[in-house]
Write a protein that binds this ligand. Structure first.
Ligand SMILES: [Zn+2]
Length: 405
């Protein structure tokens, strides 16, 4: 396989350096402990000793080195009863990545700290014809403005979550049809504009990554993730603990699965696709909300007693249920996570998310699956985009620190 076609799962996997020399073992231990702190939040040295099976003095030395490198802060515990206190190791929130998510109606930019914490965010409205170079220029200016408010923070790179197909190896957008982008080297353009090492990948996969590391999919080895946004519906699957990527990283296009035989034509060239039938724009229009008030969509749909709104919500839920049925039958997940406007649609239906699980799904797969709304709201794409950067940092903390000294 050509390196440029390396799938996203390879990129996002935290890969400590291999080998068994003393230096390599030390670097592996730095990776192991920083990965735990990133995913679980602050942990005491005693917790780290228990979770890693490393001995106490090794954990102490590794935590001290991570603190010296600027990745963690060690603080005394807030309360302890007896014996020697075990210092608590916190992710250092001054270690950050720039996250960018272009959408059809706005460019969202965030500064995300180690630990998946969004420190600052901004959104700039764009027109439907915005070119890739215009979006990159806006995002770079926003990133610099946000960073100017965060003095002393170290930027380790930038991640871009694109609503379309992206070649992870070089961040080339192959096709983002809603944006009107074809073969745009977006990661290279942002890197040239900012000087930050930049990665790009499919937005839905990155949102799924955020939910998998920090949210409703945490610790779940088999789940299906479906997210709806202004640009359509995307998704992904984790099977056996691994992201299902397909041959070149383009798997998971749940929005382009077929749900209606006489359906509308879709951007992809087919007809009857889920994302051509169920749209955020139509749901917003039903309750007279502008795109900027997307956060109000769920409550507004739920509060409406208009027969036309109730009928439209029921129709959309039924169409989403067909896609969920297909995914449950194909992947036998233990959890299905609905995110973005699909979570708002379920809230608007007045039913628990599990009500969308259709009786037509195969019984054996149906009885062991639960459907949940995503834990993260709008921040999931920023947190996921930052993971493109943090995967490399976590794999080799000391190597990355020296490269960004
Ligand atoms: Zn389609």
């Amino acid at each position: 396989m050509c390196p440029a076609d390396s799938p996203i799962a390879d990129h996002l996997a935290v890969r400590p350096t291999s080998g068994s020399t003393t230096d390599q073992l030390r670097r592996n231990n730095l990776s192991k402990i920083l990965t735990l702190i990133h995913r679980e939040g602050a942990l005491s040295r005693a917790d780290l000793t228990r979770l890693t099976s490393l001995n106490r003095s090794t954990v102490g030395a590794i935590a001290a080195e991570l603190a010296a490198l600027g990745f963690v802060d060690e603080r005394p515990p807030l309360d302890f009863r007896a014996g020697r206190p075990s210092p608590v190791v916190h992710p250092n929130e001054r270690t950050v990545a720039v996250a960018v998510n272009p959408e059809v109606d706005a460019v969202h930019v965030g500064i995300v700290a180690l630990g998946g914490v969004v420190l600052a965010r901004s959104s700039v409205g764009i027109g439907p014809e915005a070119s890739a170079s215009e979006v990159v220029r806006i995002a770079a200016a926003e990133a610099h403005a946000l960073l100017a408010e965060l003095p002393g923070h170290r930027v380790f790179g930038a991640g871009i979550a694109v609503p379309g197909q992206v070649r992870i190896g070089d961040g080339q957008v192959r096709e983002a049809s809603h944006m009107g982008w074809f073969e745009e080297p977006v990661a290279a353009m942002f890197e040239a504009a900012t000087g930050f090492p930049t990665f790009a990948a499919n937005a839905a996969i990155l949102a799924m990554r955020a939910e998998s590391v920090f949210g409703a999919g945490k610790g779940v080895d088999n789940f299906v993730y479906v997210i709806g946004g202004a640009s359509g519906i995307g998704g992904g699957m984790v099977s056996g603990g691994k992201i299902v990527t397909g041959a070149a990283g383009y798997a998971g296009e749940i929005g382009h699965t077929f749900v209606r035989s006489s359906g509308a034509s879709c951007f992809c060239g087919a007809h009857g696709c889920l994302e051509a039938e169920v749209t955020q724009a139509r749901l917003l229009q039903l309750v007279n909300l502008p795109p900027s008030q997307i956060a109000e969509l769920g409550p507004a749909l739920a509060a409406s007693t208009e027969p036309a709104v109730r009928a439209a919500v029921a129709e959309d839920v039924a169409l989403v249920a067909i896609a969920i049925r297909n995914a449950v039958n194909l992947f036998n997940p233990s959890v299905v996570v609905l995110a973005g406007f699909l979570a708002a649609l379920m809230e608007g239906s007045g039913d628990d998310a599990s009500a969308i699980l259709p009786a037509e799904a195969v019984l054996a797969a149906r009885e062991s699956v639960r459907v949940e709304r995503a834990r993260f709201g709008a921040d999931q794409l920023l947190i996921g985009a930052a993971e493109l950067v943090f995967a490399g940092v976590l794999g080799d903390p000391s190597g990355y620190a020296s490269s960004r000294a």
